[in-house]
Design a protein around this ligand. Structure first.
Ligand code: UD1
Length: 385
């Protein structure tokens, strides 16, 4: 399969791939890709891939960035754009401006973008402008709410990519509906169902995470199965003071203690809005990836507005209540692992009290844990030059 929308060039093949990451979940997605590239490069007779990492600096606190690089033994980024936080427009503009000389300097075979953050959008837009082949990992996910920055980032990145690596059949259907991939796509984009790299990441770190369980639960004075785990950071929840206060009030009325690793965005909003928490909620700073898996695995239920956490709950066999009106992971709902409760207090309480009606361990809808190897193989097979 060849990608024909990029003009063929006479120069020799380039083996330089550039990953653009910047936000916490992207470091998680990057880890299995690094492992798969290392594996390829260790094979005798294969031309090694020169993999470079651009960290935009969208997330910059130690516990949002550096800690994850350490825990997942990620290679240090080759470039840190240090964009930091600012308005949506300035953050995107800085990413694009600072990334441009890097992407222009070398002949690059692939720019890889991950998921749906502003770093994804910046990488995608610039690669397209510079006519560098673009691959989107976690392509095709849709919430169908165009008001969300993440949905805008997904749609633009997908439409600009030459290689679309979808995590599920539903994501493939979304791409097909938008005319991406398949024989009739005039842009000749290639879409492939490869599975979820986050499943790879979870499996690769589960044993290490399990070792952290006992000390972490002890430190937090929690017992396995006797707490709820809460995460809350999406703009649609945090940027609406009444909505955020209402969710937290509901959570504070639940029957078990609630462990709440607080995202910096949420922390800022809580303090500006003067929202205080009662003793039911154990608010702690963001935790590392290994601790997060351990805490997810031992929770009675997980309440979240994060896409990644919904999937991790599904993989770990822990029931999830999604504090949003939609999900990009409909398979988790269909098999009974996840209830989309929105933010209405009664719906949240009902979802937390309710029994999950099936054992979903038999559903392997997001691949087999070898997605990253498949992605590297496809990037090599579809190499445009
Ligand atoms: C971003 C993604 C979101 C993803 C999330 C994972 C976009 C549009 N959103 O949201 O899809 O689920 O990452 O965490 O890209 N801040 C710090 N320290 C940090 C990072 C952020 O204090 O290390 C604070 C800043 O005040 C900043 C705010 O958090 O203004 C929000 O950061 P932002 O870059 O907008 O992204 P997230 O809300 O984390």
């Amino acid at each position: 399969m060849n990608i024909q929308s990029i003009e063929p060039q006479a120069e020799p093949l380039s083996h330089t791939w550039v990953s653009v990451v910047g936000a916490r979940p992207q470091f998680v997605k990057l880890a299995p890709i690094c492992r798969a590239i290392e594996r390829h490069n260790a094979q005798i007779g294969e031309i090694p891939i020169d993999h470079r990492i651009i960290h935009t600096g969208q997330h910059y606190d130690r516990d949002m960035a550096e800690l994850l690089f350490e825990q997942m033994a990620l290679p240090l980024p080759d470039f840190n754009l240090a964009v930091g936080s600012s308005s949506q427009g300035s953050q995107l503009a800085r990413m694009i401006q600072r990334m441009e000389p890097i992407l222009k300097a070398d002949r690059i075979a692939w720019v890889l973008v991950y998921g749906d953050t502003n770093s994804t959008l910046a990488g995608a837009l610039l690669a397209a402008r510079l006519k560098i082949p673009l691959a989107h990992i976690e392509a095709g996910c849709r919430s169908f709410d165009l008001g969300q920055p993440e949905e805008q980032n997904r749609i633009v990145s997908d439409h600009l990519s030459q290689l679309l690596l979808a995590p599920s059949a539903a994501a493939m259907q979304n791409l097909c509906r938008e005319g991406i991939g398949g024989e009739n796509d005039p842009q000749k984009r290639v879409s492939l169902m490869v599975g979820d790299v986050m499943y790879d990441a979870l499996l690769q770190h589960l044993t290490l995470a399990e070792k952290r369980t006992e000390p972490k639960l002890k430190e937090l004075e929690l017992k396995s199965g006797e707490y709820y785990l809460l995460t809350l950071h999406r703009a649609e929840n945090t940027n609406n003071r009444r909505r955020l206060a209402s969710i937290l009030k509901t959570v504070m009325s639940l029957d078990l203690p609630v462990l709440f690793p607080v995202h910096p965005r949420t922390k800022q909003v809580l303090s500006l809005a003067g929202i205080s928490l009662n003793k039911k909620i154990r608010a702690v700073p963001p935790v590392g990836f290994l601790e997060m898996i351990a805490l997810e695995k031992n929770a009675r239920k997980i309440l979240t507005d994060s896409g990644g956490v919904q999937k991790e709950a599904f993989y770990l066999g822990v029931p999830c209540v999604t504090l949003r009106d939609q999900t990009e992971w409909p398979e988790t709902v269909a098999c009974g692992a996840n209830q989309v409760a929105g933010t209405d207090p009664d719906s949240i309480r009902e979802a937390v009290r309710g029994q999950n009606h099936s054992d979903w361990s038999k559903f392997s809808v997001y691949g087999d844990g070898n997605t990253a190897v498949r992605i590297v193989d496809q990037l090599l097979a579809n190499r445009p030059f």
